[in-house]
Design a protein around this ligand. Structure first.
Ligand code: GTP
Ligand code: MG
Length: 198
């Protein structure tokens, strides 16, 4: 799929304040700093469409980007950034949980996992929360360029094996790098195939 247009539409502080359209949405979520905003820029080939930062917790709002005038990419705040106070964490969780469970336009939630890390409880809890609530999701392993080629497959396999404790049927998954653009075509084709089937 070719991306002809990608435009920032709006930032929303709450799920019920998101754009009122019926266009399908593909959202990116994961821990702070996992590479959500970078992945959106990589997919759209726009350097600064979504704001990236080496400081975790940059994205605090729900950001909608309209793609080819037909569907949205959505950049969500990271969950599990412990440096924030409890009140702010609760507020963020409120925003995230409402968005992923209530947003009818949400067609696929891409849950990002840093390929270098062992399974983290926060991610497992979040994945299980999505599973229990019937949220359509896929896993995206990020920063593959930071692992030597021969370590990637074993890392992914180990992660999926861990997930199998909780999941009867594993969600689709992708291995990506925003640096090397690994996984770009696979992800865009996946989105395209869902859009075609809608
Ligand atoms: P928050 O908005 O704070 O939750 O972070 P985020 O998940 O949007 O992460 P962001 O895209 O801002 O990236 C965080 C840092 O990781 C930045 O310094 C990026 O340059 C770096 N980064 C993101 N993706 C990759 C990747 O694929 N490879 C490498 N090497 N670095 C990456
Ligand atoms: Mg971000």
């Amino acid at each position: 799929m070719k991306i002809n247009s990608a435009t920032f539409v709006t930032s929303s502080p709450r799920a019920d304040m998101c754009p009122q359209t019926s266009l399908p949405e593909y959202a990116f979520i994961g821990r702070s700093n996992v590479g959500k905003s970078s992945l959106i820029n990589m997919l759209t080939e726009r350097r600064n469409l979504a704001k990236t930062s080496s400081t975790p917790g940059k994205t605090m709002l729900i950001n909608h980007f309209l793609i080819n005038e037909k569907w949205f990419l959505v950049d969500l705040p990271g969950y599990g950034y412990a440096q924030r106070g409890k009140r702010e964490m609760d507020k963020l969780w409120n925003l995230i949980s409402h968005y992923v469970t209530d947003r009818e336009q949400l067609t696929c939630l891409f849950v990002l996992i840093d390929i270098r890390h062992e399974p983290q409880q926060k991610d497992i809890d979040f994945l299980n929360f999505c599973g229990e609530n019937g949220v359509p999701l896929a896993i995206v392993f990020t920063k593959a360029d930071k692992l030597p080629l021969m370590k990637r497959r074993p890392a992914v396999t180990a992660y999926l094996q861990h997930l199998q404790q909780f999941w009867e049927e594993l969600p689709p998954y992708f291995v990506t790098s925003s640096e090397s653009r690994l996984g770009k075509d696979e992800l865009l084709n996946y989105i395209d195939s869902i859009n075609q089937a809608l």
